[in-house]
Design a protein around this ligand. Structure first.
Ligand code: HEC
Length: 245
């Protein structure tokens, strides 16, 4: 190890010495060449003559103009054309990272999983629904129901098993997690919880990803706009019905 650093050091010193010697040689040669001509400061030297300016120099400048124009004419459209796919792949990378963080967050805290907050403690080991019943949020009666299955959350109100009657959109998933509901604690720091927006974002991204594998696309309110519209219509219909009596 020491020998390695020593050889590297020796090589560096040798290169440095070589560069120094070369610069001295260059300096001496330049001074010698300069000595042959009269010393005229740059600002006092005559500019190019008209003839020289008008033809070759002007042509060269115009040539460079054309080259630069051509470069931009190609460069800008290319940038513009590839921007959407570049943004998309960046977005996908970010989403994969968010899903990974979310997957860790839902598991219990441990020395190996310091991001874990343990949604699984209530919603079951695989988030497929808990086994310990919770109290009725309105009457306080115990044994009301079980913490819902989160792997089907994206079916929302359209879920055939009716597991998520209050979930109409992704915003509702955010809202329950942020603000809590009944025995479900609030998680956002804005509602006395422990998680910041990024962490909740990661968890929701993860829930959308796992439930989109389970829920069929035609009732997926998280990713399918038709299903979203259907869910909204159903929610409005239900509200009208419950308000009537
Ligand atoms: C202390 C137990 C407990 C913990 C911990 C918990 N939940 Fe819940 N959660 C519940 C209960 C109970 C409900 C049902 C509340 C209701 O309907 O009134 C619920 C409901 C939900 C809902 C709404 C589901 C639906 O179908 O309406 C979501 C989403 C949710 N929890 C996500 C989470 C996430 C994410 C975490 C971890 C950050 C978490 N929960 C941690 C108990 C818990």
């Amino acid at each position: 190890m020491l020998a390695e650093t020593n050889t590297a050091g020796i090589i560096l010193v040798a290169l440095g010495a070589l560069a120094f010697a070369l610069s001295i040689v260059a300096f001496v040669l330049r001074n010698r060449a300069r000595g042959k001509k009269a010393e005229v400061p740059n600002a006092l030297r005559p500019g190019p003559a008209d003839a020289a300016l008008e033809t070759p120099l002007l042509n060269r400048l115009q040539g460079w103009g054309v080259v630069l124009m051509t470069f931009f004419v190609i460069w800008f459209p290319l940038q513009w054309l590839f921007e959407p796919s570049r943004n998309l792949s960046q977005e996908n990378e970010l989403r994969v990272l968010a899903e990974q963080r979310g997957a860790q967050a839902v598991l219990p805290y441990s020395a190996d999983n310091q991001l874990g907050v343990g949604c699984t403690r209530c919603h079951g080991n695989e988030l497929k629904g808990g086994v310990i019943p919770y109290t009725d949020p309105t009457t306080g009666a115990p044994g009301y129901g079980y913490p819902p299955n989160l792997t089907t959350i994206c079916a929302g109100i359209l879920d055939p098993a009716g597991a998520h009657p209050t979930i109409v959109s992704v915003e509702d998933i955010y809202q329950v997690i942020q603000e809590g509901r009944g025995d479900m604690p609030s998680w956002s720091i804005r509602f006395a919880g422990a998680l910041d927006d990024q962490q909740i974002n990661d968890i929701v991204t993860y829930l959308i990803s796992i439930s989109s594998q389970v829920v069929s696309n035609d009732i997926n309110i998280c990713t399918n706009t038709d299903a979203q519209a259907k869910a909204l219509a159903l929610a409005e219909k239900n509200q009208v019905v419950t308000e009537k009596p």
